[in-house]
Write a protein that binds this ligand. Sequence first.
Ligand code: GLN
Length: 467
Amino acid sequence: MTSISEIKKRMKETSAEEVVQSLFDKIERSKLNAFITLTKEQALKEARKADKNGAKGALAAIPIAVKDNISTRGIRTTCASKILKGYVPPYDAHVIGRLKAEGAIIIGKTNMDEFAMGSSTETSFFGPTRNPHDLSRVPGGSSGGSAATVAGGEVPIALGSDTGGSVRCPASFCGVVGLKPTYGLVSRYGLISYANSLEQIGPLGCSVEDVALLLDVIAGHDPRDSTSHVVKKKRYIDELEDDVSDIKIGVPKEYFEGVDKGVEKAVWDGIKLLEDMGASYSEIGLSHTKYALASYYIIAMSEASSNLARFDGVRYGLRLKKDKDWHTTFSEIRADGFGEEVKRRILLGTYALSAGYYGRYYLKALKVRTLIKQDFENAFKKVDVLIAPTMPFTAFKIGEKIDDPLSLYMADVNTVPINLAGVPSISIPCGFANGLPIGMQIIGKHFDEGAILRMAYTFEKHVEATE
Ligand code: GLN
């Protein structure tokens, strides 16, 4: 992997243009299929400009990859869907404006599950992304392209989005660091919605430091997103101390049920290591965890059925060749433009919201969501952070689960409760099983990214020292 500091060093020795060119050489030879669109010309132009005028900003001339559901002005943004294959947004997402203001160079748009619905990056219209640790395996999803390209050393940092685990799952499967911020910390303006009450844009990188730096750039209030919070701007990078001696860890026992032995052991080893460094831990119960998956999928699909209604061939989406009546246009375009998984979710979501079923499914799911939130609030009265496996297993084979959607949904058992509660969580590599990376997630209180970053940083430093 190639960290930001490594890139900076190489840029000093050669030039921004040479470094950016070398990344493209690598990507163009890559077998990962991590990108849907590359922005080589523009990126090289910006690199040359940085060489000439000097690079400025927190991410001065640093190359970054961006998930393809984040709007980029003048750069095709497809959500990995056929229905948006020719869509070029006329505006930048808030986070893209922030990246540009801090001097970052966007090198391309990364592959993902169609409309971010999935955990394997196999539902992309542009074909699956591959895991750099084993090309026959999935990189996780839905931000699989972002995680794989960082893990493959093609780019130091990337942006993903996390509705129910889509930053943390691929971070775990690819052995990189990925953070889902507190709901409301990062503006969703320009993020193409899948399930808007759950999702956040989040940073991925090969170190905690790089992820903290990227979070510093994208976090902050934006009036264009009504759910964006006004929080006092801290610099997360300044909070990265190598000290966890005052931290109380809670270990939610429900998050270890049905988890692979190798994963369980690696995460417990991680907890013990933090204990050796002065943190204390106790087991804790989050008793509504067993209802989280059902609640999440009902809410996510219901919101998706509404959010995706805009892709109708008039405002967005494909166009029919001949003029036809509205109903035919709407259904033909959507039948052709959406993939199977997206259609399944629109149908199920519409069903859950329909008269007669609304109370039975959607409202009930919202009530469960409140209970899950309360579980976290109660836990955080006793402890500062929670630690658990990110995923119950390591990366599986491409094709292994694609015909069994339910088994794919079940894989999200430890990631979705965090989105239902809106709290932040970071996934960091904590070992390997059969040569495949394992991720451990550290979950924090609302807007307490500082604490989870500090724990992750200390852990990473200590692991590095013992390697
Ligand atoms: N796998 C989950 C889903 O399919 C999460 C996806 C995401 O976070 N975007 O809904």
